[in-house]
Design a protein around this ligand. Sequence first.
Ligand code: NDP
Length: 296
Amino acid sequence: MVAQIIDGKAFAAKMRDKIAAQVAALKADHGITPGLAVVLVGQDPASQVYVRSKGKQTVEVGMASFEHRLAADTSEAELLAVIDALNADPKIHGILVQLPLPDHLDSDLVINRIDPAKDVDGFHISNVGLLGTGQKAMVPCTPLGCLMMLRAHHGSLSGLHAVVVGRSNIVGKPMAQLLLGDSCTVTIAHSRTRNLAEICRSADILVAAVGRPEMIPGEWVKPGATVMDVGINRVADGAKTRLVGDVDFDSAAAVAGAITPVPGGVGPMTIACLLANTLTATCRANGLPEPEGLTV
Ligand code: NDP
């Protein structure tokens, strides 16, 4: 069997078009421009690339982008003051603090200072609690993107066995909550899991969010299963480097029913969902109906 490729790049492009149309309507009908503020502390090269890309795509869909680049030795008090100012600013509907933060800053404290209504990453403890109890939340972008692609591919996910490998707060745990919310039977695996191969082989939906290059081979994939590869790993390839996922693509694609490639699968959907969350936050803040098909 040759797996169907789930084209996240195309999916994300369609989503951005839909968002751009709704942003244009918001401006025309209500004079409102959604605003997204991104706060970056320090010079981490990967974070700088992400922040640039987020800013570019924010502007492309017609939203206002605000970047706050702070020195690596910014104090906690200074960073919290920036967040307080953004919380109070009516032009800003979404706030994202780029992680990881330098070691001297307490990420939990910083994230929990963001107004939950503007927490477009969905990491604030209130949004985590709302998601966990099946209430309307801001949903973390990467798992939200995965869920949207899974729904588009399968229709109903009800009763399917989903295995999520990885239990981080930003991917694994919210992914598991979302799948549970869609009535999957969910297993969460992690570094202490025994019989990982066997558990993976029982999955109708296998989500890999580990950060270990190509650790899941095709033999761990149930024939016909849907594989969502969240991993982004840079590996050496001669003198150059290339990106690979947590799944060994070639062997997995030979048995899976559908699979996301790396790059071009889950990755592009993450920023598209950030823009979707910003639009949702803008509508909620202004008492307007929420955009259809952009949140769960
Ligand atoms: P974390 O490092 O926070 O979590 C990794 C998880 O994998 C942990 O729960 C860990 O278990 C588990 N794990 C580690 N080794 C093994 C193993 N041998 N067997 C089973 N489980 C294992 O990573 P993130 O969740 O932040 O990210 C995961 C991957 O997804 C990374 O490659 C990251 O780059 C990528 N990513 C991609 C995004 C996108 O936009 N596509 C966005 C965010 C992340 P334990 O808890 O026991 O330590």
